[in-house]
Structure formats: structure tokens, C-alpha cells
Design a protein around this ligand. Structure first.
Ligand code: ZN
Ligand code: FE
Length: 250
């Protein structure tokens, strides 16, 4: 997605990107029919407050993808301030701030007229989850980045490959909300894997232009990642594991 607007509308849900720390993104979701508001992975409080207050000062849910500090550090304070409910994976509750709604992968929660489904996405960490919001939005945390994927800190290649397969099986026009602006740093390795991939070369040029003017490269459509991201294009867990190891050395 090449527009620079921080907010995009998908099926009645306003999705707002919020830059945090040096390269993190939190995401604010506002269901326009009900006015309900949810935030994904707030690393910080102040930038979240600014966007929440601008949107009407309401926060119903904070959704966490995984236990790393750069995804949870702002959560407890925001929950306390706005009376939001904290949502996360029951299996990883011991490593998350106190959950109000402990879900299991496959569980669905209501968000106004929209459903949010927790999806298993272990690999970067064990217990990492993604959230599928409605039919065409997925918050994927550090599982998938544009042109790359998260480091495999806790999982193994089979787990990570299965998690990427679940994302790849979502509708192709799904908008992916990733946890970091790592795209430009991912270009070189991706091109080393598929130097002749025309879609990848076009995306690399787009990313270069966006970053040159300080614009974000996210969110991104799943269809674009399916055409360009070497980790999503791996055809086996072994191939994925070789790519992940090669990227670690790149
Ligand atoms: Zn992480
Ligand atoms: Fe992270």
C-alpha cells in the first residue's frame, strides 16, 4: 500500500497505524458502526493516548500478539486509564500482563458487528498469535513483515512454516498489520533469493521511494506479499528453515 495516510478503511473498520519506539507499529481499530475501539501491541503509552483521544477517548480492548516488551510495555497503563480489556493467548498468559480475556487460537470474540479470531502463529515466539479482524484484516505481530519474517527465537521451522501457511491461506486481499517497519532492511535479502522476480523488484523500488520521503511501507496486502516475500513463498518447512538461517547470516 503506497498511500501515506495513517488511517485506511476496510469493511467499516478504520485502521490507524501508530509509530512507536524506533521502528514499531501499534495499530488502532475503530469499528464505525458500534464505535468500539481496539489497539494491537502498544509498546508505548503517549503515542497511543494521542490517537485514542483524537478518536474520541474510547478504548475497549488491547490485543497482544506476543510477550516481547516492544509489544506489551504500554498495555497495562492504557488498560487502566481507559478501562479496556486486555486480550491475549491463554497459553502464554504467564508471560503477558494480567489478561481480562484469555483466548485460545481458534476462539472468536465480538467487536461490535465484527468478529476477531485468534490464530496460532508460533515461530518468532511460542505462543505468538495473530488476530483476524473481520474478513480482510490480520494483525500478524512479528510473525510476518513485508518482504521478511520475524526471527525464530523460540519456535522451529515446522512451526513457523505452518504459521506462515495459515496467514497465506487468508483471503488474498487481506490487509496485513505488521509489528515493525523493517521492509527496507528486508529488500536486499529478498532480492538475493529471487533477483528476477518482477513483482519483488517493483516493490523494492516502491519501498526505496517511500522510505526516501519518510513514509511507511505498511500496512501491506497479502497478495503483494505472496508475490514478493521469500518466506511466504517457501514450499516446505526445510526450505523455510534454510531461508531463515541464511537471512540470519546475511
Ligand atoms: Zn517480538
Ligand atoms: Fe517486535
Amino acid at each position: 500500500m503506497s498511500d501515506e495516510a495513517a488511517t485506511v478503511m476496510v469493511d467499516g473498520i478504520a485502521v490507524t497505524r501508530i509509530a512507536m519506539l524506533s521502528d514499531n507499529y501499534a495499530w488502532l481499530l475503530r469499528e464505525t458502526a458500534s464505535g468500539m475501539v481496539a489497539m494491537i501491541d502498544p509498546a508505548e503509552v503517549a503515542p497511543a493516548q494521542a490517537v485514542i483521544d483524537q478518536a474520541g477517548g474510547r478504548l475497549d480492548f488491547v490485543l497482544l500478539t506476543h510477550h516481547h516488551d516492544d509489544h506489551i510495555a504500554g498495555a497495562a497503563a492504557l488498560v487502566a486509564q481507559y478501562g479496556a480489556k486486555l486480550v491475549g493467548n491463554a497459553a502464554d498468559a504467564a508471560r503477558l500482563p494480567a489478561l481480562d480475556v484469555a483466548m485460545q487460537p481458534g476462539d472468536v470474540m465480538g467487536f461490535g458487528d465484527t468478529e476477531i479470531r485468534m490464530m496460532e502463529s508460533s515461530g518468532h515466539t511460542i505462543g505468538h498469535v495473530a488476530y483476524v479482524i473481520g474478513r480482510r484484516i490480520a494483525a500478524v505481530g512479528d510473525t510476518l513483515f513485508s518482504l521478511g519474517c520475524g526471527r525464530m527465537f523460540e519456535g522451529n521451522p515446522a512451526q513457523f512454516y505452518a504459521s506462515l501457511g495459515r496467514i497465506a491461506a487468508l483471503p488474498a486481499d487481506t490487509l496485513l498489520l505488521c509489528g515493525h517497519e523493517y521492509t527496507k532492511g528486508n529488500v536486499g535479502f529478498a532480492l538475493s533469493v529471487e533477483p528476477e522476480n518482477a513483482a519483488l523488484r517493483a516493490r523494492a523500488a516502491e519501498v526505496e521511494a517511500l522510505r526516501a520521503r519518510g513514509a511507511a511501507t505498511l500496512p501491506v496486502r497479502l497478495s503483494d506479499e505472496l508475490a514478493t516475500n521469500p518466506f511466504l513463498r517457501a514450499r516446505s518447512a526445510d526450505e523455510f528453515g534454510r531461508l531463515r538461517a541464511a537471512k540470519d547470516r546475511f
